[in-house]
Design a protein around this ligand. Structure first.
Ligand code: SF4
Length: 357
């Protein structure tokens, strides 16, 4: 729907349809349900509510993107079209670097879910035909219904073949398949499902991150025993030991995105949850992108802070959950609501903006 986007991990967004049903704790404060397109088009969310296919003109956008050269500056990581308002054709519009050809990353269905079982299968087949017709774009299909992906991709390919023998082979090099994981329960349930689907790139979007997540159990379960390093306890111990390098990367996961929640009812993300995932990815040499803190940021106690009358929005971790206020606030991890922009995206003083090779 958008040539450009503020989402850090993609260049453009495309919505083939709008509408969805909440299926995960990560959906609790779904921004899409209250977004401008949903409100202006009067699209209701929920089971049994019709999804709205977007206009034919919108469906032509990816074809146009596919035809336009796209660049990235190796010096400052500016990304954009080779011909555009900010492009003079002589160098990077931001620095003195020389941009190089790159592939545009398209986040598909920010206002819906590609693998929603209430969507007309013909629409999904049309989407896959569009993806097939745009090989210069990398399509990021991020879903909260990863359990549907294998079957629905297969059905779509059969529809594209249209009863002929020309069944497209799979996986396609321009499809990155991602699953949203917000909690340990979702990791244990959905990472094996993601790993079971062939894909050029598989990624996890852990946003909003709602608890601590140890990925090793789910990943071990999904890996054939012949691929384990030593026996399972040794592998697990090695993963847990800080700073100990792994001899192999996390099997089948190519990228991990982590972020806190934004919006008026956002829940705080404990800094240790994000740190742990950063460290798990570093140990396994998996690219890690810390997208944002969200509404809440770690609270650094200023000198002379009045604990009896703190004012503002505070959340204190009591060991099990965040509370609005806790008497021993100064001894525990606290977060303060300061807004997404002010909270930023630095984790322990560092920006993490890694992408798959
Ligand atoms: S899957 Fe996405 S679009 Fe659908 S309800 Fe959940 S957050 Fe909203």
């Amino acid at each position: 729907m958008a040539d450009q986007t503020h989402i850090e991990w993609c260049d453009s967004t495309f919505n083939p349809w709008i509408g969805c049903t909440k299926v995960s704790p990560a959906c609790d404060h779904c921004y899409a349900a209250v977004s401008t397109p949903a409100r202006t088009c009067n699209i209701a969310w929920g089971a049994g509510q019709p999804r709205r296919r977007t206009s034919p003109a919108n469906w032509k956008l990816p074809l146009r993107w596919n035809a336009r050269p796209f660049l990235e500056c190796p010096a400052c990581h500016w990304r954009g079209e080779a011909k555009g308002a900010h492009w003079g054709g002589t160098g990077c519009p931001r620095c003195s670097g020389q941009p190089q050809p790159a592939r545009r990353r398209v986040f598909c269905a920010s206002l819906a879910d590609v693998f929603d079982n209430e969507v007309d299968p013909q629409w999904r087949a049309a989407l896959f035909a569009l993806i097939q017709a745009t090989p210069n774009l990398d399509w990021l299909l991020l879903t909260k219904r990863i359990g549907n992906a294998h079957q629905m991709i297969g059905e779509s390919l059969i529809r594209i073949a249209g009863g002929t023998d020309l069944l497209p082979s799979w996986p396609w090099p321009n499809v990155w398949l991602g699953a949203t994981i917000a909690t340990q329960a979702e990791a244990d349930r959905d990472i094996p499902k993601l790993l079971a689907v062939p894909a050029a790139v598989r990624f996890l979007s852990m946003e909003p991150l709602l608890g601590s997540v140890d990925m090793s159990g789910a990943l071990l379960e999904a890996v054939p025993r012949s691929e384990w390093i030593g026996d399972p306890p040794a592998t697990l111990q090695r993963r847990e030991a800080p700073g100990t390098p792994l001899r192999r990367r996390l099997p089948g996961i190519d990228w991990v995105i982590v972020g806190g929640e934004s919006g008026p009812n956002a829940r705080p993300m404990h800094p240790d949850w994000a740190r742990s995932l950063r460290d798990q990815c570093a140990a396994a040499r998996v690219p890690f992108l810390f997208k944002q803190w969200g509404e809440w940021a770690p609270f650094e106690r200023p000198r002379g802070f009045d604990w009896k009358h703190p004012g503002g929005d505070f959340a204190t971790w009591d060991g099990e959950k965040f509370r609005p206020f806790y008497p021993n606030l100064h001894e525990l991890v606290s977060m303060r609501r300061i807004g997404k922009k002010a909270a930023g995206r630095m984790l322990d003083g560092q920006e993490h903006s890694e992408f798959p090779a």
